[in-house]
Ligand binder design. Sequence first.
Ligand SMILES: Nc1ncnc2c1ncn2[C@@H]1O[C@H](COP(=O)(O)OP(=O)(O)O)[C@@H](O)[C@H]1O
Ligand SMILES: [Mg+2]
Length: 270
Amino acid sequence: MAKILVVTSGKGGVGKTTTSAAIGTGLALRGHKTVIVDFDVGLRNLDLIMGCERRVVYDFVNVVNGEANLQQALIKDKKIEGLYVLAASQTRDKEALTKEGVEKVLMELKESFEYIVCDSPAGIETGAHLAMYFADEAIVVTNPEVSSVRDSDRMLGLLASKSRRAERNEDPIKEHLLLTRYNPERVSKGEMLGVEDVKEILAVTLLGVIPESQAVLKASNQGVPVILDDQSDAGQAYSDAVDRLLGKDREHRFLDVQKKGFFERLFGGN
Ligand SMILES: Nc1ncnc2c1ncn2[C@@H]1O[C@H](COP(=O)(O)OP(=O)(O)O)[C@@H](O)[C@H]1O
Ligand SMILES: [Mg+2]
C-alpha cells in the first residue's frame, strides 16, 4: 500500500527540504520506489538539493493544470534506482495548487510509488495545509529552540484536526519527531533545548536527531542528498532515521559532546 509521508514544521528554515531529500533517497536506496514532491510553490528548492534543477521542464503545477502529464514531469534520479522528483513551480502564485488538483496527482502517484514524500513549505498557509492534508504519516522537523518547538506543537495540532484522516474519522496521521541542527555543545551550555526537553514538550516518537553539520551545506552545494555522504555524521543520522521509519531498531547517535582524542587534547587548541 502506497504511503504519503509529509515533511513539515511550523517554522521555515529548520531543515524540511534537506530532510525530504535525505529520507526520500534513503527509502529508494532500500528498494522502495519513491517520489519526492516539492510543495513549496514559488521557491523551488528541492530540485537544487537533489541536483536535478537543470532537468526541470514541467512541474507540479503544470500537472495540476493539465499542461503536462506525470510521465513528462517526473524527473528520474540519475544515480539511484526507483527515485523520482516532482519539482515545484518557480513562477506561479501560491494559490496555484488546489485541493482537488493535489488529490488527483497524489492518487495517480499512489498507483506507481511505494512512498510519496511531500516537502512542505513553511507556515500554516494553503501550501503547507495541502502538503499535509492527504498524509498517512508526518515527519515534524524541529530545531532545538523554543520558537521552533512551539510552532511544531501547533503543527501537531493541525495534523490531528485538519487532515483528511481527521475529517473522515480515520486512524490519525502517524507522527514522528525529527530533531535537526542539533548541537550537543550548545545544549550542554544551556543555549539550546536538549532531546529530553523537546520530547517532553511534544510527546511524539523520536524518529531521529540530526546533528548540526558542515556536511549538509557541502552536500546541498553539490546537489547530492547528505544521506549519500555516508562518512558524515548527518548522513549517518539520516540513515538511522530511515531505518527507524521502516521499523528497525537503531540506537540514537551524536547526542553527546564528542570527546576529543588524545592528540587533539594535546595540540588541538581549546
Ligand atoms: N543538520 C544541519 N546542519 C547544518 N545545516 C543545516 C542542517 N539542516 C539544514 N541545514 C541548513 O539550514 C538551511 C535550511 O534548510 P532547509 O532544508 O532548506 O529548510 P526548510 O526546507 O525547512 O526551509 C539550509 O541552509 C540548510 O543547509
Ligand atoms: Mg524547504
